[in-house]
Design a binder for this molecule. Structure first.
Ligand SMILES: [Zn+2]
Length: 416
């Protein structure tokens, strides 16, 4: 809630009695190296004060800074990649307010954004409730493209309908170009592919499932709290080698100098400094070859745990060729799934909602086979993690398993 310090929405107005105030934008730097990012914890409070969706100012920051942004409305997370100074972001917020909030005529912030269509032309207007003027927005700004694709929604009900991508796909909907999928929308500006309908559906279902789990399974709530995560990360820090080796059935190779420990440490130490993950993936493979373990399923287990950060969804495509190269048997696939259990269950609980998405990537790349995933998904195992964690990860994968099952049913029908 907006309990912190507040400032005038127009910071150039030095009037203590100015009616329009907003929380002072706060920031938090998370991650390190290549994965460093700036989280804006109170973005939704700030945006509410401005009557704009929180994604707009976030995306605006991205446009101005040339940085990728991501939003997860369900978990109220608004992120700009890279480390940014809070004062710089506050200045940019002033620009956003000037360009996309304040009435151009009377400078009052009580405006709505309205999209006007004439033929193919679309224009964004600030509709002022104070003076009644309708003033335009500079359509040359990149944010306008984003706004047109994710138009402002008026009521909560509309908002919900827009978010329910699965329902929108089924119903056809009456907003032809506007599908504001909200579950962890990765910035598409950098060439990230847009999700197909199936992936959207899975994502929506996964998000729902996650909510359910949070309500029905109190343990899970505790597990995903920032404190718990922090504690777990602390426990894991520096003991990556131990974590990656424990619990595998291929002998008790717990030597910190084993090639697997070396690989885990090497990846962890180097992944933060890389510019380009695709190139890094090649380096990883070279390292695996140097260590002479490129055919070992255990190397796959280690890589699953060591390669990914909490942005696995965007990282995974860079690593698919690497996994494809290394996975040559059912046993390798099982090691990959075991690594996924540890990654999601122990190291990066924030990835739980995207388990179906990750499985889908591996499945579509022909890295994981249907039979192996199904077998894995329907059998809780203590091989890689404790039983409870094993159950949770499998529960998170349910939308994907269900889809696999349905896809198979469809095929059967076609055969008849
Ligand atoms: Zn006005």
């Amino acid at each position: 809630m907006a309990s912190g310090p507040t400032v005038n929405i127009r910071r150039d107005v030095d009037d203590k009695f100015y009616r329009y105030r907003m929380p002072l934008l706060t920031t938090k730097i998370e991650g390190k190296g290549n994965g460093i990012k700036t989280v804006v914890p109170n973005m939704s409070d700030v945006a509410r004060a401005l009557s704009r969706p929180p994604s707009y100012p976030t995306k605006f920051f991205g446009c101005e800074l040339g940085a990728q942004t991501s939003f997860d409305e369900k978990n109220d997370r608004y992120i700009v990649n890279g480390a940014h100074d809070p004062n710089r972001l506050r200045e940019l917020l002033d620009h956003f307010i000037e360009k996309f909030v304040l009435c151009k005529s009377c400078k009052n912030p009580e405006t709505d954004l309205v999209i006007l269509k004439s033929g193919r032309n679309e224009e964004i207007i600030r509709d002022c409730k104070a003076c009644g003027e309708r003033t335009d927005v500079d359509m040359r700004h990149k944010l306008t493209t984003f706004i047109l694709k994710n138009p402002p929604v008026k009521s909560k009900k509309d908002r919900k309908r827009n978010a329910g991508t699965a329902a929108a796909n089924v119903g056809g909907g009456n907003s032809p170009t506007h599908e504001a999928g909200d579950a962890e929308v990765a910035d598409a500006a950098d060439g990230a592919e847009s999700d197909d309908e199936l992936t959207k559906k899975i994502k929506a279902e996964a998000a729902e499932l996650n909510t359910d789990a949070a309500i029905t399974d109190e343990g899970w709530v505790a597990d995903t709290s920032p404190e718990a995560v922090k504690q777990r990360m602390k426990a894991l820090e520096g003991s990556m080698a131990a974590a990656v080796i424990g619990g595998d059935d291929e002998g008790s190779d717990e030597d910190v100098n084993s090639p697997y420990s070396q690989l885990g440490r090497w990846v962890e130490e180097n992944r933060g400094d890389v510019e380009d993950l695709k190139t890094f993936a090649v380096d990883v493979y070279k390292k695996v070859q140097d260590l002479g373990i490129e055919k070992k399923h255990k190397a796959v287990l280690v890589l699953m745990q060591a390669l990914f950060t909490d942005e696995a969804v965007t990282e995974i495509r860079n690593y698919l060729p690497l996994f494809k190269k290394m996975i040559s048997s059912e046993r390798h696939q099982k090691a990959l799934l075991g690594g996924l259990e540890r990654l999601v269950g122990l190291m990066q609980p924030s990835l739980v909602p995207v388990v179906p998405k990750l499985l889908m990537e591996f499945y579509q790349a022909d890295i994981l086979e249907e039979e192996v995933i199904t077998q894995w998904g329907t059998h809780v195992s203590k091989k890689y993690v404790d039983k409870e964690t094993s159950k949770r990860v499998r529960k998170a994968s349910e939308p994907f398993l269900k889809w696999l099952e349905e896809a198979e049913d469809d095929e059967d029908e076609d055969d008849e």
